[in-house]
Design a binder for this molecule. Sequence first.
Ligand SMILES: Nc1ncnc2c1ncn2[C@@H]1O[C@H](COP(=O)(O)OP(=O)(O)OP(=O)(O)O)[C@@H](O)[C@H]1O
Ligand SMILES: [Mg+2]
Length: 345
Amino acid sequence: MSNDVLTVEGLRVRFRGQPVDLIDGVSLSIPAGRTLCVVGESGCGKSVTSLAVMGLLPRRSATVTAGRIRFRGQDLLGLPEAALADLRGNSMAMIFQEPMTSLNPVFTVGEQVAEAVRRHTGCSAAAARDRALEMFRRVRMPAAEKRLDEYPHQLSGGMRQRVMIAMALANRPALLIADEPTTALDVTIQAQILELMRELQRDIGTALLMITHDLGVVAEIADDVAVMYAGRVVESGPVAQIFNAPQHPYTLGLMGSMPAIAGRAGRLLTIPGAVPVPEAMPPGCRFASRCPFAIPACDAQVPPLVRGPDGHAHACLRAPLEDHVGQDRTGDDRTGHDRTGRGAA
Ligand SMILES: Nc1ncnc2c1ncn2[C@@H]1O[C@H](COP(=O)(O)OP(=O)(O)OP(=O)(O)O)[C@@H](O)[C@H]1O
Ligand SMILES: [Mg+2]
């Protein structure tokens, strides 16, 4: 019925020794050729979610306690490890934040890309090298042919990230997960890499799950956005909706951290406080203790993710927030909605 390449439904992940599921009912989907950006502050579970999709969670410490992960209709959680390994690097690829940890220092980068091609296609060594060279050219690796025979440490950070992209896309994956792929790079290189990923994605029709904490990257590349907070998706929808009509107080807070967007949305918002730790996870909305709009009900129940007809979904008992902002929207006292107002609201 759908052309979603990836569907995650009600995913829950628990780490050993922790009293609650850290990933607590995450649902996401990405159609072919589209880009979903997953945003949220450090520790909210972006990487854990993507590792779960790739089947790369540490087996000894992490357990998927509930949910489904479907890749082109196939249930990944039910797949044996060997079948998952066949998908990885082939129809499902991932780019990590720090390429040095994913590249092997003792092989040339050309060998590594060629090996990724050979492993999944069984083609000859010469054909795999040709393909590696072709990919190096496509990712605009400077002096592509010479670079094939160099080792990771001989390349700059931007070149290593190009190697990772070349390797990830060499087998034309249906799904690419990119976890902060440009964070370590300077701004010019970052823009080039994003443009490159977009171009290759257009050509191949890859569904892209892009993890970033950079709203500039989101504005640049996203079709859809999922905002995560403490292991839950608190808001999701088309990028324009998330930027122009955010519904969850946490999203409002995030927008406030990006001046260009905040300029459009109104005054800056700051979010005092910190993310709850697993040992003291509140039973209701995990954002409630930091939320200027919270009421007692927010502490008592987990707000369901409510999806509108336009695909915009939010998990906030207080939405739409306009009702509670009132004159403060134009005044200068928006953050005056603190916990002291809870009983009255
Ligand atoms: N192996 C592990 N054992 C216990 N807890 C873990 C483990 N790996 C991750 N966590 C916890 O899971 C939470 C989510 O981590 P995750 O790496 O997914 O965050 P993130 O959203 O990717 O953050 P960042 O933006 O910093 O990369 C964190 O609180 C982290 O401490
Ligand atoms: Mg991470």
